[in-house]
Design a protein around this ligand. Sequence first.
Ligand code: ARG
Length: 598
Amino acid sequence: MKTILDILTDKFSTAFEKAGYAAEYGRCVVSNRPDLCEFQCNGAMAAAKAYKKAPIKIAQEVVELLPNDQSFKSVEAIAPGFINVILSERILNSYLNEMAISKKSGFEPKSTDKTAVIDYGGANVAKPLHVGHLRPAIIGESVKRLLAFDGYKTIGDAHLGDWGTPIGLIFTEMQVRNPSLVFFDENYTGEYPAECPVTLKELEEIYPYASAKSKEDEEYRARARQAVFELQSGRRGYRALWERIMDISKADLKKNYGSLNVSFELWYGESDADPYIVPMIEDMKKQGIARISEGALVVDVKEESDNKEMPPCMLLKSDGAVGYDSTDLATIVQRMKDFSPNKIIYVVDKRQGLHFEQVFRAVRKAGIVGDDTELIFLGNGTMNGKDGKPFKTRDGGVLRLEALVQDVRDHVAEKMADRDLSDEEKNEIARKVGLAALKYGDLSNAATKDYIFDIDKFTSFEGNTGPYILYTMVRIKSILEKYSQVTGSDTKEVLSKAATGAYKLTVLDGNDSEKKLKLQIAMFSEAMAQAVAEIAPHKVCSFLFELSNTFNSFYHENKIVAEENEDKRNGFIALICLTLKLLETGIDLLAIEAPEKM
Ligand code: ARG
């Protein structure tokens, strides 16, 4: 299905052509004066310059030549040369009737032959997820779903931090505490125990302890670096221990991401890029783009036009170990080989912008990535507390993600306390609504912006919040339930009948609130296309919020089930089924789930 703007643009383009002007002037846009009209075409203003004619003249000619097909309630040429458009109910009805029975409600995927890899995990193993991981996870999952909606084959990669300093620190501290552990015995040649010698809980204590100690103790730090080097060089016991830690850590991460309704197609880590590093470096040497600098091997990525610091990309540190730069470079080698993606998108804290700029430049320079692949850094802003600083626990510590999710859930549960529902129902509602509050509060902000975590605002059932959207959906379901009772049917049946076009919009004298709802629904494809093009989940949120608002005004101003005129009532049912479908599609793009009741 064409978007409503494309349909209008076609009509205007034809009219411009008929009048002797180029078709491209027929581009229509949503009105920026909704008090005057719904859409407008400003092409006559531009055409006036090219054809040296008064814009109002051109506008008048075009209006005369528009098809007489009852699409418009009014079309007016307005000085100095705008054309203002108000659509007829007829064209909206037929557009919406078609949407109701169309796949994806009429949205046309444009990228069915494309592949995108999305890197949005970045959790470090052996450390619990904390609030810093929230935004990449939530935004990344939504970006993935949005691109899939547009037809992309999407591959989400967790890209776990499993290969660097943290592991070295953990090994070092474990060895201090338990030097006789067989994993540390260099002369041991037997099988290693299958059990991980530490629990997750212990790891969670060991890592911060070791990290703090390494900051004060030079010798300790050197040992940790050495451990990383030996792990990467394949020391048997270290590999085995690393595998045990990975097992328990990955299982826990899967559970945690899962509880956020965030999933990955690939659970790769930095370590998976390791086999690609040596050949990549050899190749760069051959090309003459790698050079030695203070004992380290680097690639220069500075360009003449740079007016900021642009340090070289580090291939090998002076001690021969590989670091964050080389794993990211080699990961791109791997992704190109496995998927030859059209896009690789990184949803990572925006403070890592420089790192990714270096990496992107280096892979282009080395010919690892060609012109057919876009590399996109979607740097996310920070979730701040009310003090405007990065969100912390009350005592200033880093808040675990689990605790944050639980807090929001409890907050919602409190609001539900006096509802007449079973405990089980209440728990399930609190879980879904809590997550929706958290995710929507995040996603409704542009990814790159910082925002303030405000639990009262996020969990409110009113305003631009997740719970408000869900509440609107629940309201529609309850109207449909009432309607089904009256008609001796059930909600599911009504919805599936609506999807086959059993209820039609035919009536032409709807009130203002009905017209506004129809217009908002008709903008669905346009809004989603924009969200896809800009990789912007917050645009999905804006659409859902507007749709909920227009629906709720419609609901307050019309009797739906009690409407006596049958054609009118059928139209209302069509309208609210379509509204519900778009809301469902929209929240799914945000990876938000709706409860049945609220
Ligand atoms: N593990 C990294 C960190 O904690 C984030 C990884 C992001 N993704 C990437 N491909 N570098 O900072």
